[in-house]
Write a protein that binds this ligand. Structure first.
Ligand code: NAD
Length: 467
C-alpha cells in the first residue's frame, strides 16, 4: 500500500504535514497522506525550474516517448488507480475505470501532435518563421470532480511543449494523483513532473510564485478570479476552465421516450458534478409533461450507492461542503417549484442525495440561476423560441449548452444563437481530446485540448530575417 508521498525532484518525499482523506461513500478515513508546506512548494518549483533547461531542449520525439510511457504506466495500473479513484471521489467503478483509461488516451492523443516551425514568408529579401517555444514551469491546479481526466487536459500538452510541471490536486481527492506521481517516477526525468498537495492553502502561493510562468487552472469561477489576480503581478500566462450553468433546450419535435435517457445522463453523470453537466433544462410546453414523467421514472429507477458496489449508477457527492450546498439548493427549490423525483438523502453514512427533478420552476430562482454541481435538475417549460434562447444566454456563465431536436436544421439555427464555448446537438458533454474546449464569459479564459490546447503551453516566437 502506498504511503502517498509528494513527488519532488524525482524523489518521494513525506509532507511536512499530513492530512486525512475521507471516502465520501462512508465518511470513514480512507488514508492519511502527505500535505506539503510552503517550503516544499518552493522546493518543487525549484526542482521544476532546474529541470526545465534540459527538458525544454530535448527533441519533441523524446518528450512524446515519455508521455507515451506515462500512458503505459497508467494502463498497467488501471485497476488499482480506478479502485482508489472510486474510493476517494465516489464515482462508480466503471466510470472511474473509464476516467483512468481516458487519461491514458488523452496522453496518447497529444503525442500525435507536432509543433513545427511555420514559415510565414520566404521571399528573396526575407524569411519569417514562427516557432513555438516552451514557457518554463507550469502549475496545473485540478478540482475534485475528475482528478485524473482534468489533469490529462494539462500534463501531456505541457510536457510535449517542453515545460516542466507542478501538479496540485484538490485537497479532498489527492490520493490518485499522489499514487500516479509515485508510479511515473521512473519514467519521467527528475524534476520534470512534481506533485504537491495542500489543504486549500497553497494555491495562492503557487499561483504567485515568481518562477511559475503559467497557471493552468480548473475549478470554480470564484477561485479562478483569484488565480487571475494572483497571476497579474508578473503577467503570467493563464488558462482558466471554470464553472458553468449549461442550458439544454428541447424543441417540440423530439420523441420524449427516446430523448429522456440521454437528457438524464447529461445532467446526472458523476452525480451532476461535471463542469459541462446540463444544469437547467428548457422543454417546449407541448411535451413538457411527458418529458417530466420520463425523467421521473428514470430517476426513481436509478441505483444510488457506494461506487464500489456492482450496479451502482450514481455515487455520493464528493465532499460535505458540496453535499450541504446541494441540499440547501433543493430546499430552496421546493419553495419555488415542485419536486417530482428524489429530493431526499439516503439514510446512511455518506454524502448521498437521490437524483432530484424539479418542475414548475422558473428563471430567477437559485436552482436555475446558480451552478448546483450536484444531482438535481430544474426542468423549465417554455413556449417561445426566441425567449428561450435569451434565457439560456442570460447566464454569466458560458461553458456549454445543447439543443435537442429531430429537425437538425432548426437545431443548428438555434445552436448558432447560443453563447457558450461548446454547443452540442442531440448530445451533451461529449468530450474528445482532439476537439478544443473552453468557456465564454465567466466560464473561463483560453482553450484546452486539441492543437489550440497544446499551443497554449507555448510562447509564440517569430524569427524575422532580412537577407
Ligand atoms: P475550487 O475552485 O474550489 O478548487 C479548484 C482547485 O483550486 C483546487 O485544487 C483548490 O485547492 C485550488 N485552489 C483553492 N484556492 C486557490 C487559490 N486561491 N489559488 C489557486 N488555487 C486554489 O473548485 P472545486 O470546488 O474543486 O471544483 C468545482 C468547480 O470546478 C465547479 O465550479 C466546476 O464547474 C468547476 N469545473 C470546471 C471545469 C471546466 O473545465 N470548466 C471542469 C471541472 C470543474
Amino acid at each position: 500500500m502506498s504511503d502517498y508521498k509528494l513527488l519532488i525532484n524525482g524523489e518521494l518525499v513525506a509532507g511536512d504535514q499530513s492530512m486525512d482523506v475521507l471516502n465520501p461513500a462512508t465518511e470513514a478515513v480512507l488514508a492519511r497522506c502527505s500535505r506539503a508546506s510552503e517550503g516544499q512548494l518552493n522546493a518543487a518549483v525549484a526542482a521544476a525550474k532546474a529541470a526545465f533547461p534540459a527538458w525544454g531542449e530535448t527533441s519533441i520525439d523524446e518528450r512524446k516517448r515519455v508521455v507515451n510511457a506515462i500512458a503505459d504506466v497508467i494502463e498497467a495500473n488501471a485497476n488499482e488507480l480506478a479502485q482508489l479513484l472510486t474510493q476517494e471521489q465516489g464515482k462508480p467503478l466503471p466510470d472511474a475505470t473509464g476516467e483512468v483509461y481516458g487519461m491514458a488516451a488523452f496522453c496518447r492523443y497529444f503525442t500525435s501532435l507536432d509543433l513545427p516551425v511555420e514559415v510565414l514568408e520566404d521571399s528573396d529579401g526575407k524569411r519569417v518563421e514562427a516557432h513555438r517555444k516552451p514557457l518554463g514551469v507550469v502549475a496545473a491546479i485540478v478540482p475534485w470532480n475528475f482528478p485524473l481526466i482534468l489533469m490529462a487536459f494539462k500534463l501531456p500538452p505541457a510536457l510535449i511543449a517542453g515545460n516542466t510541471l507542478i501538479v496540485k490536486p484538490a485537497p479532498t481527492t489527492p490520493l490518485t494523483t499522489l499514487r500516479l506521481g509515485e508510479l511515473i517516477r521512473d519514467v519521467v526525468p527528475a524534476g520534470v513532473v512534481n506533485v504537491i498537495t495542500d489543504a486549500n492553502d497553497l494555491g495562492a502561493a503557487l499561483t504567485a510564485h515568481p518562477d511559475v510562468r503559467k497557471v493552468s487552472f480548473t475549478g470554480s469561477t470564484a477561485t479562478g478570479s483569484k488565480v487571475m489576480a494572483g497571476a497579474a503581478g508578473l503577467l503570467k500566462r493563464i488558462t482558466l476552465e471554470l464553472g458553468g450553468n449549461d442550458a439544454g433546450i428541447v424543441l417540440d419535435d423530439v420523441d420524449p421516450k427516446d430523448v429522456a435517457p440521454k437528457l438524464f445522463q447529461s445532467a446526472f453523470q458523476n452525480s451532476g458534478q461535471v463542469c459541462i453537466a446540463m444544469k437547467r433544462l428548457y422543454v417546449h410546453e407541448s411535451i413538457y409533461d411527458e418529458i417530466c414523467d420520463e425523467l421521473t421514472t428514470i430517476a426513481n429507477d436509478t441505483v444510488v450507492g457506494d461506487g464500489l458496489q456492482q450496479g451502482t449508477r450514481l455515487g455520493p457527492l464528493q465532499n460535505r461542503m458540496q453535499y450541504e450546498k446541494v441540499k440547501e439548493l433543493i430546499e430552496d427549490a421546493a419553495q419555488h417549484g415542485r419536486i417530482i423525483a428524489g429530493g431526499d438523502v439516503l439514510d446512511q453514512p455518506g454524502y448521498f442525495i437521490r437524483p432530484t427533478i424539479v418542475r414548475d420552476i422558473a428563471d430567477g430562482t437559485r436552482l436555475v440561476d446558480e451552478e448546483q454541481f450536484g444531482p438535481v435538475l430544474p426542468v423549465i417549460s417554455y413556449s417561445d423560441f426566441e425567449d428561450v434562447v435569451a434565457k439560456a444566454n442570460a447566464s454569466p456563465y458560458g461553458l456549454g449548452g445543447s439543443v435537442w431536436a429531430k429537425d437538425l436544421d432548426r437545431a443548428y439555427a438555434m445552436a448558432k444563437k447560443m453563447d457558450a464555448g461548446t454547443i452540442w446537438i442531440n448530445q451533451h458533454a461529449d468530450l474528445n481530446p482532439a476537439i478544443p474546449f473552453g468557456g465564454s464569459k465567466q466560464s473561463g479564459i483560453g482553450t484546452e485540448l486539441g492543437a489550440e490546447g497544446l499551443a497554449e503551453f507555448t510562447q509564440l516566437k517569430i524569427i524575422n530575417m532580412a537577407r
